[in-house]
Design a protein around this ligand. Structure first.
Ligand SMILES: Cc1cc2nc3c(=O)[nH]c(=O)nc-3n(C[C@H](O)[C@H](O)[C@H](O)COP(=O)(O)O)c2cc1C
Length: 417
């Protein structure tokens, strides 16, 4: 059971269907040792009653900025100072818009502006709402303001749709906010002056003009590392297979389809890079010959064979360059994860490898969470289960603490100070 050890959690609840899950969330937070103060939006009262929440949290639920009695005792500023962490779950499209715009038109948004504590949001809404450019714009604005987003998850929705927008389950919220690196410190510019090339996402290998072979990679981990590296001061180039993700702020993105495209773009951009991080799930094989026209159904009930040929090994080809950057690979394994990763690191000549066991629930492909082990020649360290953003930060910090000496920026490279 994750520990929250008397942490003061201010739980904001807004008006989405997923508010029905908040009593379970409050129980989990309390069982983990947190003190929980709930602040509801006016709309949230339509979905869950303050009576239930008060009984579970043990504290009166607050919902009114203009509550004279409360303002005299513990006003919105005191609540904002009281919080070690503010969590808004569910976070509606509406509250995201208000927070992204810096509004303070009710108790919850006023608190969110006033608090020095980290702010986490667990968005929950219909998939069409989540995909709307306005919501995505607000999401990006919030992330660049330092707000930590949990999810949303993909799947079946209360309205009958399927897609992204489900609130992350209470257990996963608890795991994320109680991870050791969950409380962000100010981003230190530890990569300032360094060039970092990252690959992310899947590759797609054409069978014919309408069919292809690919894999389940969402690109989320590679994009999170790219975003974090840019926030830490690096010049980041991201070579990405097809994903649904937005380009992280400050990152140069190059889109590719196949492993051979990715190989070529990586080699066109590798000169001058200090670090190469290969996160992409590159297809090992491709159809030996992609048909020019759509392959027609034969209707003969016989088995048909697709002949595959090996793709170039991008990371090994970078490792073989005479002037090579620091090279970090990723391995998604389903059995004997660390043993296989150690072999892979050695065979390919990598400086380090990050391995995750994707057979475990909620880890790796398509998830917003990950846990991993970083392995290098002389050591290894486990990066615990947490959001992919927090894991990226830990990974880059760890890489700099192991390899930082090799990556010293030449004097003058940063220009006049
Ligand atoms: C039945 C119903 C369900 C709703 N579910 C959601 C939802 O899951 N997510 C969302 O963003 N808005 C949802 N809304 C719309 C919000 O309740 C509405 O935008 C409201 O202004 C949100 O206010 P708040 O963010 O202050 O709580 C729903 C509305 C209704 C009537």
């Amino acid at each position: 059971m994750p520990e929250l050890d008397s942490k003061h959690i201010l739980l904001g609840i807004t008006g989405g269907i997923a508010a029905y899950k908040t009593p379970a969330l409050v129980r989990l937070l309390r069982q983990a040792g947190a003190e929980v103060q709930i602040v509801m939006s006016a709309s949230a009262r339509h979905f869950v009653t303050p009576t239930v929440l008060q009984a579970l949290s043990g504290l009166p639920v607050r919902d009114d900025l203009w509550d004279g009695g409360a303002e005299a005792a513990m006003g919105h500023i005191e609540l904002a100072r009281w919080a070690d962490l503010v969590l808004v779950a569910p976070a509606t499209a509406d509250v995201m818009a208000r927070l992204a715009g810096g509004r303070a038109d009710d108790l919850l948004t006023t608190l969110c502006l006033a608090t020095p504590a980290p702010l986490w949001l667990a968005p929950a809404m219909n998939q069409g709402m989540w995909r709307h450019p306005a919501v995505q714009r607000n999401r990006q604005r919030l992330v660049s303001d330092g707000v930590l987003l949990l999810g949303p998850d993909e799947g079946e929705q209360a309205c009958g749709d399927t897609g992204p927008g489900r609130m992350v389950e209470p257990e996963a919220i608890l795991a994320a906010i109680s991870a050791p690196s969950a409380t962000p410190t100010e981003t230190e510019q530890i990569l300032l002056g360094l060039n970092v090339l990252i690959t992310a996402g899947p590759t797609v290998e054409a069978i014919d003009p309408v069919r292809y072979i690919s894999n389940h990679s969402s690109g989320k981990q590679g994009y999170a590392i790219a975003e974090c590296a840019a926030a830490m001061g690096a010049e980041v180039t991201l070579v990405s297979g097809p994903t649904r993700l937005d380009t992280p702020v400050g990152v140069t993105r190059i889109d590719v389809q196949s492993a051979r495209d990715m190989h070529d773009r990586v080699h066109e951009n590798i000169a001058g890079q200090d670090i190469f991080i290969g996160v992409a799930a590159v297809a090992d094989y491709r159809p030996a010959a992609a048909a020019d026209q759509k392959i027609k159904k034969q209707g003969d009930a016989a088995d048909h064979t697709l002949i595959l040929t090996e793709n170039p090994d991008i990371i090994a080809s970078v490792a073989a360059l005479p002037e090579r950057p620091l090279i970090v690979g990723f391995a998604a394994e389903t059995e004997l994860a660390e043993e296989h990763a150690r072999q892979k690191r050695q065979c390919k000549g990598l400086d380090a490898i990050v391995v995750n066991d994707v057979s475990k629930a909620q880890i790796g492909f398509n998830s917003d969470y990950n846990s991993a082990t970083l392995i290098w020649e002389q050591g290894e360290v486990t990066l615990p289960f947490q959001g992919k953003e927090a894991l990226s930060r830990q990974l880059l910090e760890q890489l700099m603490s192991v390899f930082g000496m090799r990556l010293t920026v030449p004097p003058g490279a940063l220009g006049p100070t």
